[in-house]
Design a protein around this ligand. Structure first.
Ligand code: ADP
Ligand code: ADP
Length: 234
């Protein structure tokens, strides 16, 4: 089952002599249950690709289907709703709201997308347990370590039952031990629940743990390879 299908994506910033061609014809497919890392030097277009695929930004041309939905056809409002219902996001700096507790941070996107409060609370509690932070449910981000904050962000993504989770430099603000724990957690969720992850990173320690590594250069895919021996090819 294809979760991501992108065909000949182009993204320009600016116009005329100031035009930057950030994506120059990117096509790729991602299946349910894959863990894909996108690597490449600064400025090669990784964040632009992630933003276009996840609908945070609009591609200049090309086709993007997410779980079968052509997202270029959606209005901005429809796209916002689609994103909230089918995608999780993990950022380098966690993007937690400081005035809310860990549990409230996990609940908020559920409430915003219309999940009834009681169900939102139950799903948030189940998610925080899955990332091993039940005892921290009533603490605020400032009281937690970076690794714990990123676990809350993962629980927040998980609670929405997304078709795909996008992570932009998920370990960028963490020391190497916390980084490995966060990667371990995402890989466990992939194994146990079949969750699909796309990691954008310039860190080798992230890329080497993915199942598939896409390398970008100058707005194009330069290389796309499996990092695991396929157990049942075909
Ligand atoms: P990466 O994530 O690989 O570092 P980006 O996707 O951030 O690459 O950037 C790709 C290219 O697009 C770079 O040349 C960058 O300067 C340019 N770029 C990114 N965002 C913008 C923007 N909002 N306006 C103009 N140029 C941009
Ligand atoms: P990264 O390297 O992690 O992709 P950057 O530091 O390149 O991040 O970019 C941070 C933000 O600045 C992004 O939102 C990107 O779109 C924007 N940006 C990057 N390059 C430019 C640029 N030349 N002009 C305007 N905005 C840019």
């Amino acid at each position: 089952e294809l979760i991501v299908e992108a065909i000949d994506l182009h993204k320009d910033y600016g116009a005329g002599t100031l035009k930057v061609q950030a994506l120059r014809g990117v096509s790729l497919q991602i299946r349910r249950g894959e863990v894909v890392a996108i690597m490449g030097p600064s400025g090669c277009g990784k964040t632009t690709l992630l933003n276009c695929l996840s609908g945070l930004d609009r591609a200049t041309s090309g086709t993007i289907r997410i779980a079968g939905q052509d997202i270029q056809e959606l209005t901005d409002n429809e796209l916002t709703t689609f994103r909230a219902r089918s995608m999780g996001f993990i950022f380098q700096n966690y993007n937690l709201l400081p005035v809310l507790t860990a549990l409230e941070n996990i609940e908020l996107p559920l409430l915003v997308s219309g999940v009834p409060p009681r169900e939102a609370r139950e799903r948030a509690l189940a998610s925080i347990e899955q990332v091993g932070l039940s005892r921290w449910a009533r603490h605020r981000p400032a009281e937690m370590s970076g690794g714990q904050c990123q676990r809350v962000a993962i629980a927040r993504a998980l609670a929405t039952r997304p078709a795909i989770v996008w992570a932009d430099e998920p370990t960028g603000a963490l020391d190497s031990e916390a980084s490995q724990e966060i990667l371990d957690l995402m890989l466990a969720l992939n194994r146990e629940q079949g969750l699909t992850f796309v990691w954008v990173s310039h860190a080798l320690e992230v890329a080497r743990r993915a199942q598939r590594l896409i390398t970008m250069r100058d707005g194009r895919i330069e290389d796309d390879r499996s990092l695991v021996a396929s157990p049942a090819d075909g």
